[in-house]
Design a protein around this ligand. Sequence first.
Ligand code: PMP
Length: 459
Amino acid sequence: MTLSFSQNDLSHAVEADRNNVWHHLSQHKQYETVDPRVFVEGKGMRLWDATGKEFLDAVSGGVWTVNVGYGRESIANVIRDQLIKLNYWAGAGGTVPGALFAEKLLTKMPGMSRVYYSNSGSEANEKVYKMVRQISVRHYKGKKNKILFRDRDYHGTTIGTLATSGQDQRAEQYGPFPEGFVRVPHCLEYRKQWDVENYGERAADAIEEVILREGPDTIGAIVLEPVTAGGGVITPPEGYWQRVQEICRKYEILLHIDEVVCGVGRTGTWFGYQNYGIEPDFVTMAKGVASGYAAISCTVTTEKVFDLFKDAPEDTMSFFRDISTFGGCTAGPAAALENLRIIEDEQLLENTIAMGDRLMDNLTTLMDKHAVIGDVRGKGLFCGAELVADRKTREPMDEKKVAAVVADVMGQGVIIGMTNRSIPKYNNTLCLSPALIAKPDDIDLITDAIDGALTRVFG
Ligand code: PMP
């Protein structure tokens, strides 16, 4: 049976939303004068709101999540069947979908070996920070407990993960933060910090400089996004990752790759790190794991890391002393298993590469027409267009004007995103992450809407 709502139900929902819901990322006064937009239905890449307006969603649910698109009955069905069979177990022991999804997931991640379940990207990342701290106590007498993070990267919304926010405005007003987290520079070549030929290697060497400054025996791990998402869709320069890996090996620093956005197909490979030959010690993932059909996140480690927690039986710390209550929900892994099947059977990785190329080509073509586009960057169906006030000086475009472009595109019935109040001065990148099922016409519609908006906003 499908749900249906009368116009009265929907009008009521809009008022109930205005009066009762505390929204993400919204100015409080905003809904005193305009109605909140309440979404009612989704199918494929299309969404409909309570007024009946149709949208093409180019951001996969607002925050790069719904990788296989809306309205997937097969996912809904496996969730329903699993919930009737067994909805939950989180004590010692496992569940059938938890076991089967872990087994299947690891076939996509050669070299990785263990899956730890929780239910948000922040939580998955915090698990790594806790593992690193526990490894420090157990194996390094409390040394090697610092964690490096990178300018412009983001790893979550909790106080612990905000301590590793390279996006200052997200952390503003929420301190004090826990100690032992140290910032390294970003690698965005368009915003050069060094005037050198081998920019990738130079940006990685900047990490080594921080390690030497802090003392290698104090650093346990480094957390990095393979392609930085909300910080401006930052693809790594040539040679960057190879050097980062060398540095991690040289100083015995565990490499934590945050795949919360890139994971499960977004960049045209199963995981973003697989584009760059990286061999991580930890991989975290959340959004695309079940495409938003159920909440699930995973912290995946190597067997070597897992073994660091084994010890003599009398040692009461010989396990990871953590529990995630809703890591025991079976809907997540059941949905995730079906999500993986869909990506495989519908060849969505191949589609992501083809449609990602088309999106990049279209955006690059728009650069000829619109001088406000300073740079376009992307990997798979994950692209950004950085807007500038002056192409020569690369002065970032005023954030309000970037927002006006996003609003104009929305008015045309297409939803795109932007780096939203996260980095002082650099909230100037349009962000695109359509579902991996996008077709050529969808891609062209998105870039046509951006073309129209740029003409209207900038003339
Ligand atoms: N890491 C990255 C790279 C993210 O983009 C996000 C969320 N935008 C997170 C972690 C946090 O995930 P969650 O909101 O599920 O806690």
